[in-house]
Design a protein. Structure first.
Length: 188
């Protein structure tokens, strides 16, 4: 006789040996079953379980699974096929959607997000430029700007115009040629 434990999902584990209690014999725990034969090793992705008190090889998708809507991870603990809303195929990451039984890159979503990030950075840089331009422009407006202040004002205005025209660059938003901040030699 061969003894198998039944796990919380109903899968048979074993065979296992139990101690013989003198005068009583082998006592099976409540989560065990005794079979007249040893079960063969199941195929990959399958396990043995009792179905109507008969050992049957069943599909075993337990473990890490992914929601087809959004790719969220979840631990699956039941025997049998996964529900239609899950897959065992690992989610590759952001911008991937489930289509035609596979994860596919949603290039439009990736580019849209990239565009939003680039424009947000551009807007921060434009706000910083406005803070630099304002006092220089005030000095120019009242006729009190020194020659180096007039040059700095022109550089900051040109920088702002280049930032504002960023969307017209050929590789936008994937390839950005950030303008050089006035007074520095490093690119953004």
């Amino acid at each position: 006789m061969f003894n198998y434990l039944i796990d919380s999902a109903g899968a048979l584990l074993g065979p296992v040996e139990f101690f013989v209690t003198p005068g009583i014999g082998i006592q099976l725990p409540s989560n065990a079953v005794e079979l007249a034969y040893e079960l063969p090793t199941p195929e990959q992705g399958r396990t043995w379980a009792l179905v109507n008190n008969v050992p049957r090889e069943v599909i075993d998708r337990r473990g890490l699974v992914y929601r087809k809507e959004g790719g969220a991870q979840q631990i699956w603990s039941e025997l049998g096929e996964l529900p239609e809303s899950f897959t065992a195929e690992p989610w590759p990451g952001d911008y991937y959607v489930w289509a035609d039984n596979a994860w596919k890159l949603d290039e439009a979503a990736r580019l849209s997000d990239l565009k939003n990030k680039v424009l947000a950075k551009r807007d921060v840089l434009l706000r910083e430029a406005v803070l630099r331009i304002a006092p220089l422009q005030y000095a120019e407006d009242i006729g009190d700007a020194a020659h180096d202040e007039q040059l700095a004002l022109m550089e900051w205005k040109l920088y702002s115009v280049e930032l504002n025209r960023m969307e017209q660059q050929v590789g936008f938003p994937s390839e950005i040629n950030w303008p050089v901040v006035p007074g520095s030699s490093a690119k953004q």
